[in-house]
Design a protein around this ligand. Structure first.
Ligand code: CA
Length: 509
């Protein structure tokens, strides 16, 4: 008998190759996407799991001439590229007044309220929510620095309470007026040591409460987040959760930074979050993480992770490669997703687009110096480096001495020319999983061929005698209706008996 296989559903196969899939409607599985970067699917306990990114520096980069392109090389709005790749939430930092008396920006994106409005608007235009990250400072607030804004420098704590409330409420109204879809607000950034120049436990609690009250007054549906660091100090993190409860701080999300070269294991991170979730019923979140896809620098300013810094350690489990970068993101998401009772809210990747304003790769001697000086002029003019010389006005002992470019250009999801890396796919493919090899339709047991054992495998699955991964279900569903049914058994049997079958069987997808 001559085998005739009618390839009547070839067009459907073509759709599947593109990854857009028929997992519409009520499919029993999610068809994995074929991709060069491999990502294992996560079954998210929280349907709105945040797969977010901080891109606060984007506007100053664009002002300096940087453009972003998708993987096909087409120039597009960064926010469209991110949304198309599965990013569903944008984070933006806000400084009260990051300028000196002459209006020169301190750098780090010069992230004032106007920039938050534009970033919020562009995020919303691409279907993404906004996390507003108030630093309550005029420049970087982190574990080592929590300096009050210049205008608040000489205020009492009671006066600062009033300022934090008014500034938070008024700023949120301003940002919303741009069209931004504000979903969450951080009361301070990495407030491990203090906030807005207040360092006592009692004063900090007053300012946390003032900020939280303002967010509640703005919109009771918006989540209030508090942000700490160093989850590897397990007892300290638990202390913070107890402290917030004992001081009646009204909040929703307990967040931490997680940089794997500093912050312990992911198992420990999940344990810390479980304590917060189990004890206080709060959501938990990674507010910042990142990972290097290369150890090379592209802008002439040394990187946080390089051949000499932060490139070794027990918790650096992934390669410094495009695949490794995706692996880290997936692992952090998984650690948050593992938090009890769906209290793992999500994660934000920090500054995933802070690329160079001019590529120094391959340059040396005079050519390197020339490019470096061009970059330096742009960092000064547009504030697109981590700090400008003008920051000495406010932070003379650190930024004012060590100002310069991007320390994370090797942790971006874009190369030095602004083209998206394949690692960016992880934000989408983590919902489906990927398959590196082609899937053979009908090969339910993954043996690499279609034979009677596949019939048996599908029958066993239908009888609840075995489970199948999404990839194997995709292969078994030869009728392509999104479900594994007896019709698939019949179709494979008919194919093996060399009957004419109207489905695509024994073909690579
Ligand atoms: Ca750099």
């Amino acid at each position: 008998m001559r085998i005739t296989k009618l390839l009547s559903v070839v067009s459907a196969a073509a759709v599947l190759l593109s990854g857009s899939v028929l997992a519409t409607a009520a499919a029993d599985y999610t068809a994995p996407v074929k991709d060069s970067v491999q990502v294992e699917k996560i079954n998210f306990n929280n349907p709105d799991f945040i797969r977010g990114m901080d891109v606060s520096s984007v506007i100053s980069l664009e002002q300096a001439g940087v453009t972003f392109r998708n993987e096909n090389g087409e120039e597009q709005d960064l926010f469209k590229i991110l949304a198309d790749n599965g990013v569903n939430y944008i984070r933006v930092r806000v400084w009260n007044n990051p300028y000196d008396a002459n209006g020169n920006g301190y750098g780090g994106g010069n992230n004032d309220l106007a920039k938050a409005k534009e970033i919020g608007r562009r995020a919303a235009e691409n279907g993404m929510k906004l996390l507003v990250d108030f630093h309550y400072s005029d420049f970087w607030a982190d574990p080592a620095k929590q300096k009050a804004p210049k205008q608040w420098a000489n205020l009492t704590t009671a006066q600062k309470v009033s300022k934090v409330y008014d500034y938070t409420l008024n700023s949120l109204k301003e940002i919303k007026s741009s069209g931004a879809n504000i979903g969450m607000v951080q009361i301070g950034n990495e407030t491990t040591s203090g906030i807005a120049g207040a360092y006592s436990d009692a004063d900090k609690a007053k300012l946390f409460r003032a900020g939280a009250d303002a967010v509640r007054a703005f919109d009771s549906d918006v989540l209030v987040a508090l942000h700490f660091t160093n989850p590897e100090k397990t007892a300290t993190m638990k202390w913070f959760a107890d402290y917030l409860y004992n001081n009646k701080v009204d909040y929703d999300v307990f967040a931490t930074s997680y940089y794997p070269y500093w912050h312990g294991s992911l198992t420990n991170l999940t344990d810390v979050f479980n304590y917060v979730a189990d004890t206080y019923g709060k959501y938990t979140m990674v507010a910042e993480t990142s990972y290097a896809y290369t150890l090379e620098d592209t802008d002439g300013h040394g990187n946080t992770v390089s051949y000499w810094n932060n490139n070794t350690g027990d918790n650096l489990l992934w390669d410094f490669s495009v695949q490794g970068q995706a692996d880290e993101v997936r692992a952090v998401m998984n650690a948050v997703n593992n938090v009890h009772n769906a209290k793992g809210l999500g994660m934000f990747y920090w500054e995933g687009a802070w690329i160079t304003v001019g590529d120094v790769t391959g340059k040396s001697g005079g050519a390197y110096t020339e490019q470096y000086n061009k970059n330096k002029a742009l960092w000064e003019q547009y504030g697109c480096g981590w700090a400008s010389s003008y920051s000495a006005d406010y932070d003379p002992d650190d930024a004012g001495l060590y100002f310069g470019g991007s320390a994370v250009d090797n942790q971006a999801f874009f190369d030095a020319q602004g083209k998206a890396l394949a690692s960016l796919h992880v934000f989408k493919t983590v919902t489906t999983g990927t398959t590196g090899e082609s899937v053979l339709s009908g090969d339910a047991n993954g043996s690499g061929k279609v034979d009677v054992n596949d019939v048996t495998e599908i029958q066993r699955f239908l009888a609840d005698m075995t489970t199948l991964t999404d990839t194997r279900r995709f292969a078994a569903d030869v009728t392509r209706d999104g479900k594994i049914t007896v019709a698939d058994v019949t179709a494979v049997q008919a194919y093996l008996a060399e009957y004419t079958v109207q489905y695509v069987i024994n073909q690579q997808y």
